[in-house]
Design a protein around this ligand. Sequence first.
Ligand SMILES: Cc1ncc(C[n+]2csc(CCOP(=O)(O)OP(=O)(O)O)c2C)c(N)n1
Ligand SMILES: [Mg+2]
Length: 814
Amino acid sequence: MLPKFENFRVANGIRIYLFAIAGTAAMGIDPARLEMLSALNRKVLWLSSWTIHHANHIRPNTDGLKVGGHQASSASLANIMSALYFSVLRPQDRVAVKPHASPVFHAIQYLFGHQTRDKLENFRGYKGAQSYPSRTKDTDDVDFSTGSVGLGVAQTLFSSLVQDYVKAHGWMKDRPEGRMIALVGDAEMDEGNIFEALLEGWKQSLRNTWWVVDYNRQSLDAVVREGLWAKFESMFRNFGWDVVIVKYGKLMLEAFAEPGGEALRRWIDNCPNQMYAALCFQGGAAFRKHLQDDIGDQGQVSQLIDRRSDDELLALMSNLGGHDMASMIEAFEAIDHDRPVCFIAYTIKGVGLPMQGHKDNHAGLMTVAQMEKWRAAQNIRPGHEWDRFEGLTQDPAKLEAFLAAAPFNQEGRRRLTAPEIEVPRELTFKQSSQMSTQQGFGLILNELARGDSELASRIVTTSPDVTVSTNLGAWVNRRGLFAKAENHDLFRQEKIPSAYTWEFSPKGQHIELGIAEMNLFIMLSALGLSHSINGERLLPVGTLYDPFIERGLDALNYACYQDARFMVAATPSGITLAPEGGAHQSIATPLIGIAQDGLASFEPAFVDELSVIMRWGFQHMQREGGEGGSVYLRLSTRTIEQPQRPMGATLHQEITEGAYWLRKPGPNCDIVIAYTGAVAPEAIEAVGFIGESHRDVGLLAITSADRLHAGWTAARKLRRDRRGVQYLSHIENLLAPLSRDCGIVTVIDGHPATLGWLGSVRGNRVEALGVEHFGQTGTIDDLYRHHGLDANAIIDAAESLTVGAPIRHRKMAV
Ligand SMILES: Cc1ncc(C[n+]2csc(CCOP(=O)(O)OP(=O)(O)O)c2C)c(N)n1
Ligand SMILES: [Mg+2]
């Protein structure tokens, strides 16, 4: 079915609709519906501007800081969002709102009755409506958090892929497929992660995704380059998207149909972005002058212009497609397929406000006088600014009924839930005496893949082209790769020997990504919200090389911010990946692990610890609210001797709380070695030498500096908040038997500050060993010696802490 647009052009076989038809009747949009939508749009524009104004000019300011908010960016999207939320969106659709249009979102929810006046009055204040839409902090059903531009956009794409995954696995049941929609700033499109996502979407046959570009041709600093739309258009088409350009509104189209209208259209098309923006700011008289100077000598155009007052002329020239309700509704409703669509909607930043079009309007605020004038113009009585329908001429009962009938609202709140998936009592693996944690990770997943637990059926693995090198191969061999269509491993069919079977099918449980760590984390973010978006729980496990966490860090932070639940195994890590060299060696990641909110970080030394941590992790990923979160496993390729030991409940608990005594300190302990991860053999060896002269030396195995530190700070806060409470954290309990004189040497293949804080727990002196400088290639021995992580470095550090009690034994060079 063709949309009833008046005009389109065909480029490479794709219809690009340029403008809406003049006159609503011909479009088939019920005029009464249009009237309601236009009225609500006016209200949304008012409420979003007023919310920001109130926060900046009316609410008492106690710290002198500008509160801020983006009136111009909000105005730019008010009409498009009104069209979507009040009419086009269905309950199953999910939206990522341009971050700085947050006030528009909250205004819409306020009109729906899902947002309180209190929160709007407290916009950007403590526990008020958030500056940028937040799934976790806002209370009005934000579908996807946004804030760091670009990430929310990509999230919609991956969320659509996840929906396809859920459907292919037979879990959608009767739920209709939703559209994943991003409202995108035109300058937001500069973010590279969007392009990375586009390519991945193409590879994975993306469907059900709409991106609506708010094409106001302004960024934060300036007016954007000419012709950007054409780059967008060809790029999106190149990736298999349909492109719909909504450039002119109804008033414009009517004018174009008048004698001389074609010349006006040509003038608009050729007007440079800066000039158009400047004229929008200056107003009707300025437009008249420029039009007359440029095309006023053509009789019919002059008459066309002269027939309009300055205000009418400004209204005409501001009537770009994105600000025209009928045009936007028509453009959205014309889509009758599930191909991805990019809408490029022409808009004016700050439309309808005094700062419209001004190049400096990004953070601009209306003055009190401007707001007063605007308020009066809209018949809004002082003291009634928050009244939902104040100043509208429509019957409030009809507006109320229209809102109640909006399709978006028909199924109530939008957060779905999913039951918890049972985690087996133990995650087993094939033991051997020498192993690395990375190898153990692969073995544990392999064992899960062999079984038929519900847990295994809900695990989805994903990796940015490092599936094999992070030991996911065995899992993938058994569980297959996910694709909407089957695709067999040709090497296998041709009987060419290979350790890996690369079979794609709709039932596969591994999503192979291209090399883009941003995509990995946004994919994990989308998979990790499936319980809430699709009502079906997935337990995503992603793998990458540890140093490249930093490449995807903002996306990791974003995923945690919106409370997505996933497990990430980062391997290999540190300088222990020795021959791989400096740029592959991660120094800062343990500190990221400590500092990243929503992420419990672990660095086990032994595979039995890892299996306990993974089991705990799968439960942690499913716990409600602040109790749960995501899990980061920092692993290693270093093969080390594995302990053969019984694992009782206490040890299980200690491992997940972050530490246990591998060798308990004796009564006269004056030195403790506390180690994390792959340096365990050096720590054990050093303790052996030290023990020759210091019999009571203790060896503390730290499986999670993050959990230990978090427990310690939480306990102190608890004691401060509730005086008299005697609660001690795990690390305080562990260190309690030590005397103040006991020194602690900490050692980790990562930044020494990760464990350096241990000395503050009970006032023990600390020597913190670790890596502070970019490394180089070499053997593990070479590099541990170079960075001071070897047994002798640990012994030297211990000696510096023991007063008058030298450590006589050292490891001999081999
Ligand atoms: C990753 C990131 N970098 C920078 C910013 C700061 N910032 C917020 S909005 C913006 C400009 C956005 O322009 P555009 O996308 O065109 O939106 P408009 O305000 O024009 O609607 C910038 C640079 C941010 N929020 N996130
Ligand atoms: Mg812009």
